[in-house]
Design a protein around this ligand. Structure first.
Ligand code: CA
Length: 215
């Protein structure tokens, strides 16, 4: 994994990796918001069932109320989700808080169904801005396990060629009350300002990542 972010900067500061989406403002073709990230480079990606990966980190989120961000994910080679870990202050139903803009962030994981029929969401807990939690993700040759906040969820991945792991701060340009995405990237800056999203810093400490390709 390259340690350099999209702008060629090293996000490590001492023992911490600091991802500031509002400062970095990185845009990708399929993204829905400004991001600051690290990812496995495209020529280093492999089938999920052909590799073992373990990732763990302590994650601190300093986020304005109404923010929604992804902090870690396994991404399929197309734009599909395998696993995404969200921190979200929206009114999306089914979580512990599910109230928009109150400064209580639902932490949840979204996972592809094993039969390929869609995705499910699983609540992990809640945090407020400035809180930290430990995240542990394992891909054991296609069996993905996510553990955080004393909860564990697991899935057998429908195999995906050239899947890859990435993490950082994928700040969403999404209206907290309605879930509506702001489609045009040229509107994102005004959207964040209007929504009062002035802080979006995700800090990873005690980061560990290892990968074994093949058996
Ligand atoms: Ca909330």
């Amino acid at each position: 994994m390259s340690i350099w972010d999209a702008e060629g900067r090293d996000p490590r500061v001492g023992n911490a990796m600091i991802f500031d989406a509002l400062r970095e403002q990185h845009v990708t073709p399929n993204g829905n918001g400004w991001r600051h990230e690290l990812k496995i480079s495209s020529d280093k990606r492999h089938d999920m069932s052909g590799q073992y990966e373990a990732f763990r980190a302590k994650i601190k989120a300093e986020l304005s109320p109404g923010s929604k961000t992804i902090v870690a994910q396994h991404h399929a080679s197309d734009t599909g989700t395998i696993m995404k870990l969200y921190i979200s202050d929206t009114n999306e139903s089914g979580f512990f808080d599910s109230v928009a803009n109150n400064g209580v962030f639902d932490v949840y994981v979204r996972m592809a169904r094993e039969d390929g029929s869609g995705e499910d969401k699983f609540a992990l807990g809640t945090i407020t801005s400035g809180d930290s939690f430990d995240l542990h993700v394992i891909n054991n040759y296609g069996k993905v396990t996510v553990t955080a906040m004393d909860r564990t969820f697991q899935l057998d991945v429908e195999d995906s060629s050239e899947a890859y792991f990435k993490f950082g701060n994928y700040l969403q340009a999404q209206i907290a009350e309605t879930g509506k995405n702001i489609e045009d990237k040229d509107d994102w800056e005004a959207f964040y300002a209007d929504a009062g999203i002035t802080e979006s810093v995700v800090t990873f400490t005690d980061v560990f990542y290892t990968r074994t390709i093949g058996y």
